[in-house]
Design a protein around this ligand. Sequence first.
Ligand SMILES: NC(=O)c1ccc[n+]([C@@H]2O[C@H](COP(=O)([O-])OP(=O)(O)OC[C@H]3O[C@@H](n4cnc5c(N)ncnc54)[C@H](OP(=O)(O)O)[C@@H]3O)[C@@H](O)[C@H]2O)c1
Length: 261
Amino acid sequence: MILDRMRLDGKAALVTGGSQGLELGMALSLAGAGADVAIVARREHKLAEASEKLGACGHLVLPIAADLADLDAALGAVDAAAAEFGRLDILVTAAAAQLRKPALEVTPEEWDHLVAVNQRAVYFMCQRAAHHMLRSERTQEEDSRGKIINVVSLTAVGAWPEVSVYGMTKGGVAQMTKAMALEWAPHRICVNAIGPGTFHTELTDALYSDPERAARIVSRIPMGRPGHPDDLAGATVFLASPASDYVTGQVLWVDGGWFVG
Ligand SMILES: NC(=O)c1ccc[n+]([C@@H]2O[C@H](COP(=O)([O-])OP(=O)(O)OC[C@H]3O[C@@H](n4cnc5c(N)ncnc54)[C@H](OP(=O)(O)O)[C@@H]3O)[C@@H](O)[C@H]2O)c1
């Protein structure tokens, strides 16, 4: 039964970000499908609020306060989730930092920070998660050892003004997704990405709180509205579940038709 293949009962997931915005939507979709979920962010009050919502799904929840700019803390979060749940089946690298600034004004410190959070943490958390996944036993019915879902952006493909560093990091993550998918396919670890279109969250508040700018963006979305965190639920559960065992190295765009418009 195909719907049974989309259940995540008994699976353990780690979602970076996870305390708000799209990441919380993704974490809730995994918990709703049956997974135990760890979430990582810096602000503890946001983690506590999100944990309450996730706990209502009836599975284990592990909030981890860590700054992903600190690589040891980022890797510690992966190890903590694997230790708490006794396994790690799903990693979603969704947390990201944004910098809106003309390329003429970006400083090396700002560049380093975005690369540390959006690329370095993603790369090495994928690597650490893959090591945990490789240690897990597969049952006879299971084709997959693990699922990694990175989160990219329209800026990974098309240039937008004043987000040159962010777009560069996302383009790198899209390429990293393909490279890891190729290397880890023989190990049955699937590595894919979700590419959200444009959503109103804290990350994009500067755009959406300006009515003229917001109207301009929405006019370019063929479906005529920004995305809502729930819009990522189907793609997240599909890519995390056995239903996608033969899918790897892909970016699944959830963009209201942006790229075909
Ligand atoms: N919103 C959009 O339109 C859009 C479009 C395309 C792609 N995306 C991507 O989708 C993902 C989610 O975006 P969003 O809009 O939901 O973002 P958001 O609302 O700003 O949430 C960002 C999350 O990441 C955490 N975070 C940020 N920096 C961190 C750090 N250094 N260490 C640990 N946690 C950190 C934040 O928690 P703390 O601040 O408490 O640490 C928060 O939970 C990102 O990868 C983004 O690039 C978003």
